[in-house]
Design a protein around this ligand. Structure first.
Ligand code: FES
Length: 112
């Protein structure tokens, strides 16, 4: 298990999201909704497009390129054209920092 420090709790306000680079090249999207933090892969599972350009609504993230909506609790796409779920990473908040806990090895990312 790896624990990766992403961002400070006070660097994101309610309703904001930010891409963080992990392992030099991978991107993780950190989302704050209320006091809840969610971390998902930063690039869409459909094509190469940064998800921080998308739109947040209650519990969902819409990719701005082809408008697939993803459920942020499961990562599952709600609308086409995306078919693959986004990876959702396990989040821990400790000492004012947001961390993810992922298996050893490369960061899991789902892409077509
Ligand atoms: S790139 Fe995200 S829906 Fe196509």
């Amino acid at each position: 298990m790896r624990r990766i420090d992403l961002i400070g709790v006070d660097e994101l306000r309610d309703g904001e999201m930010k891409l963080v680079v992990v392992d030099g090249t991978d991107q993780v999207l950190v989302i704050r909704q209320g006091d809840e933090f969610t971390a998902t892969q930063g690039i869409c599972s459909h094509e190469y497009f940064e998800l921080d350009k998308g739109f947040l609504t209650a519990g969902t993230l819409t990719c701005a390129l082809h408008l697939s909506r993803f459920d942020l609790s499961s990562g599952e796409p709600i609308d086409p054209p995306a078919e693959l779920p986004l990876e959702i990473y396990s989040v821990a908040v400790e000492s004012g920092r947001v961390l993810i806990e992922v298996p050893d090895g490369p960061l899991p990312i789902s892409e077509q």
